[in-house]
Ligand binder design. Structure first.
Ligand code: GSH
Length: 204
């Protein structure tokens, strides 16, 4: 059994989506970031960075307990443990990893920076716009990709789609104007939103 410590942010959702989609049973522990529950000694013992998400897998590799932070590491761990969402063919894996990294290390952090900038007491509108345009640029590229293929790295759902959907859901909720005009992204998102595991993962 896995314990998942998370919150309804894009990184938090990414880890929960991973466990739901990979069919790995888990217990959900909601961490209230406003109350600072990610700064308690017991949480910091799991992740000294004081960030969600974290999983504790009592049945980790070799039957030993494993504590793991970083949403994309959790995504990859869940994929390996379940044997799902990552192609076995070495010729197909690089495209999945490339798409996964864009979703996890470009889209989500840049959007996070935009939100952080916006929430500053003295928010600097031109800087917010720079980040916003950067996120929009990533989705413009995704819109072109989804014009010719169903999913991020071909026509089957992979880890990359799970990661990008976590970012997409957050953008859609907090700054939907960024996604305006991207019909192909909208179609892909609809396909992802209809997945029962995604629906369960997003219900906090
Ligand atoms: N790269 C990390 C980022 C984790 C992260 O930024 N978590 C945020 C919520 S989305 C957090 O816990 N923030 C609280 C803090 O940093 O104080 C991941 O992908 O898991």
């Amino acid at each position: 059994m896995i314990d998942l410590y998370t919150a309804a942010t894009s990184n938090g959702m990414r880890a929960r989506i991973a466990l739901e989609e990979c069919g790995l049973p888990y217990t959900l522990h909601k961490i209230d970031l406003q109350k600072g529950e990610h700064r308690t000694p017991s949480f910091l013992a799991m992740n000294p960075n004081g960030q969600i998400p974290v999983i504790v897998d009592r049945d980790g590799p070799g039957g030993k307990p494993l504590t793991l932070a970083q949403s994309t590491a959790i995504l990859l761990y869940a994929a390996e443990k379940s044997g799902k969402f990552m192609p076995k063919d070495p010729a197909l894996r690089p495209a999945v990893l490339q798409a996964l990294m864009n979703a996890s290390t470009d889209v989500t952090p840049v959007f996070g920076a935009m939100i952080a900038m916006k929430m500053q007491k003295e928010s600097h509108a031109p800087s917010v716009e720079v980040f916003k345009e950067r996120v929009r640029g990533f989705f413009r590229i995704w819109d072109g990709t989804f014009a010719t293929q169903e999913c991020c790295a071909g026509d089957v759902v992979t880890l990359a789609d799970l990661s990008l959907y976590a970012g997409y859901a957050r953008v859609k909720g907090a700054a939907p104007e960024i996604l305006e005009g991207f019909a192909n992204v909208g179609r892909w998102a609809q396909m992802m939103a209809e997945r029962p595991a995604i629906q369960r993962a997003l219900k906090f």
